[in-house]
Design a binder for this molecule. Structure first.
Ligand code: GLC
Ligand code: GLC
Length: 659
């Protein structure tokens, strides 16, 4: 669309539409309304043009586009009017400091409410624990109304405005958001916007034959279109079900269901869906959610003849949502969940799209390096693929509620002499214990007989060797596993981005195999790492003779240290040549602080040469901040089995302008 055309017509449409807001603002007789309208219009003027451009691109061809434009504007204005004062104060604070989440003091935790504290009411009892850990960001896994039995761990949402009754109520959630905020913790929830459950009221209306609601989804009377689409689609859960469509006997139609058959994909080419979901998004924001995790972003736009993943329009939809948030809930941030090829992951990350993104590449390659004991692929990929646009951050994690997929780039692998296909097979074998000598106790997930693709599940501790070591009651192996896990943590906490702790991880929780006897869960191995929290483990966190204490204590100290280091403010990270295939090293620096982090991925001791240290800017001596010991860095650096250092380097005599 021509820039001049957009400029002219966005202004024209806004001047025509603004009077339509009179009714909305006049319906509120309270005194502050004039002021609120002014604040709204000020933001609207700032963001209208780009929003208008996106909406024209996405929906301009609809004969009733102008009606939809008006509806979207009205919904946005209503949400702003309903936004509580305390959140408007938060908006102001966030607008003054939009990069707040880049601070090294931000540390995230992730948990399922029902598995952690049974319900929302009891979750606030654990705030002191979150504070002790240093959490400032708390992602509660899906907790909205969902079908009974299998509901994909809550990722099948039946109502975005009602908490699942066994977890609590909307009022409790709102209250919790406030209590958390007072404790300096931002509430993060999922925005499961690619699909609803088949029990959502929109789906029910579609099932009852309402044509307007049938247009909320993708329904087809016969196999013609599904077959044509499926030629270029992949199966996400191939061992559960082949194909991406489900026959619905009630409406006698095929329904697009990318994930499970009870998760109905929403049709974003319908502007009603866009508006309806924008309303749900603002509803969540107005209940105190500060970050929305945008679930399954890659899948939201379909185009015949393509993979229907990562379409340009998917980005437009998210950008348009983002602008609506800037207008009516400016404190809200988005985190992208795109578990796809790294070239695609990065495209969702932008100040104007998702300010945060999972870092699945780092996650997968850390596990890759743990299996091979070599860091060449990790180092290569991080060197070229870590940089993000300004004002954006990675969310770094070792484990989460999902599987591990080996989503590295084949060319990156080839360039370091790795055959990508054979290597993925090796990694799957290694983590499911089939590879001789493997220490890992993972579980295979979604084997695809056509592509040979497979993914892996398991907890951090079980994948890293603790389960096997404990079972074999082998103190040496236990020690190695503990060191391996702590080394991985060192990276997540220092490499740049928000570290996410999947709670349970902090005390070394092992796999839970009980899901195998629950019919609603047995076919989904991800439940192996979604278990009811055992509080006896937490009691052990105060007892230095326990393993749990060792994990917790190390983590606790590293988090504290991370928060105190300005060089860990989000931003540049430079991978360095450690001159040793087992050592992964990188520099984090600001004007006043120069840190060199080195991590040993091998169980045998390793050295980094004096020459390599010098090339990294280390002078005569450096301080390992983790142990508070001064090291002579004119000679080689010695690292024990899975050892790591966070070195504060004093300036080398000849460093000159380097810093
Ligand atoms: C996301 C979630 C995953 C879920 C899927 C479908 O990938 O992380 O658990 O199965 O979306 O909603
Ligand atoms: C979704 C699923 C995850 C899977 C991914 C593949 O995110 O939740 O399990 O690995 O899709 O794209």
């Amino acid at each position: 669309m021509e820039a001049d055309w957009i400029d002219h017509h966005s202004k024209k449409s806004l001047s025509r539409l603004l009077p339509r807001l009179d009714d909305i603002f006049d319906s509120r007789p309270d005194t502050g309304v004039a002021h609120r309208r002014q604040a709204f219009e000020e933001r609207l003027h700032r963001h209208w043009k780009p929003l208008f451009r996106l909406l024209v691109n996405l929906y301009g061809w609809h004969y009733d586009f102008y009606y939809h434009l008006e509806q979207i504007l009205i919904s946005t204005a209503r949400a702003w009017l309903e936004r509580p004062e305390v959140l408007k104060e938060l908006d102001v604070r966030r607008e003054e400091n939009p990069d707040w989440f880049l601070s090294q003091e931000v540390v995230g935790g992730v948990l399922y409410v029902d598995l952690f504290s049974d319900n929302l009411a009891r979750l606030s009892d654990h705030i002191p624990y979150f504070e002790q850990l240093g959490l400032t960001y708390l992602h509660l896994m899906p907790l909205f109304a969902m079908p009974h039995g299998d509901n994909d761990g809550g990722y099948a949402v039946s109502d975005y405005r009602a908490v699942s009754p066994d977890i609590g109520t909307m009022d409790q959630l709102t209250e919790l958001a406030q209590v958390l905020r007072r404790a300096g913790i931002s509430l993060v929830l999922d925005f499961v916007f690619n699909h609803t459950s088949n029990e959502h009221v929109w789906a029910r209306r579609a099932q009852a034959g309402d044509p307007d609601y049938q247009e909320y989804y993708f329904l087809f009377p016969d196999r013609e279109m599904p077959d044509r689409y499926e030629r270029t689609l992949r199966d996400i859960f191939p061992s559960l079900r082949r194909g991406c469509f489900t026959w619905h006997e009630g409406c006698r139609k095929w329904v697009w269901t990318t994930f499970n058959s009870f998760q109905w994909d929403l049709n974003y080419s319908n502007p009603d869906v866009f508006r309806a979901m924008a309303e749900e998004m603002l509803f969540l924001a107005n209940h105190g959610v500060e970050v929305l995790r945008l679930d399954a972003v890659a899948f939201i736009w379909k185009q015949l003849g393509t993979s229907c993943e990562n379409r340009p329009e998917a980005h437009m939809v998210i950008r348009a949502f983002n602008l609506i948030a800037r207008i009516a809930a400016p404190a809200l941030l988005f985190k992208s969940e795109a578990i796809v090829h790294p070239d695609e992951v990065i495209k969702y990350v932008d100040r104007h799209e998702c300010q945060l993104s999972y870092n699945p590449l780092l996650m997968a390659l850390l596990w890759e390096a743990v299996a091979t004991r070599e860091v060449k692929l990790l180092a290569r990929a991080m060197q070229s693929r870590s940089r993000l646009p300004d004002g954006c951050s990675w969310a770094n994690y070792l484990r989460c509620h999902d599987d591990i997929g080996w989503t590295f780039d084949d060319l990156d692998a080839a360039q370091v002499g790795i055959d990508p296909v054979g290597h993925r097979r090796f990694l799957n074998d290694f983590y499911t214990g089939r590879f001789p000598g493997s220490f890992a106790r993972g579980f295979p997930f979604q084997f695809d007989p056509d592509s040979g693709d497979q993914r892996v599940c398991g907890t951090l501790a079980s994948l890293a060797g603790l389960e096997k070591a404990v079972e074999e009651n082998d103190p040496q192996q236990i020690e190695t596993a503990v060191r391996r896990i702590n080394m991985l943590r060192s990276i997540i906490l220092s490499i740049g981005g928000i570290p996410l702790i999947y709670l349970g991880e902090e005390w070394g929780e092992l796999n839970d195999y009980t899901f195998l006897s629950d019919p609603a869960k047995a076919s989904d191995a991800r439940w192996i790492q979604r278990s009811k929290k055992k509080w006896q483990s937490r009691e052990k966190l105060n007892d230095p003779s326990t393993l749990e204490w060792r994990f917790f204590d190390e983590m606790f100290r590293l988090i504290k240290l991370r928060k105190s280091l300005p060089a860990f403010y989000n931003g540049g990270m430079e991978v360095v040549d450690t001159d040793n295939p087992h050592l992964f090293g990188y520099i984090r620096q600001t004007a006043d602080q120069h840190l060199l982090i080195v991590n040993n991925f091998s169980e045998s001791p390793q050295t980094m040469s004096a020459r390599a240290l010098r090339a990294c800017g280390c002078g005569r001596s450096s301080t390992n901040l983790v142990t508070a010991t001064v090291l002579d860095t004119e000679s080689a650096l010695q690292l024990g089995s899975y050892g790591f250092v966070w070195l504060e380097c004093s300036a080398p005599a000849d460093a000159g302008g380097r810093r």
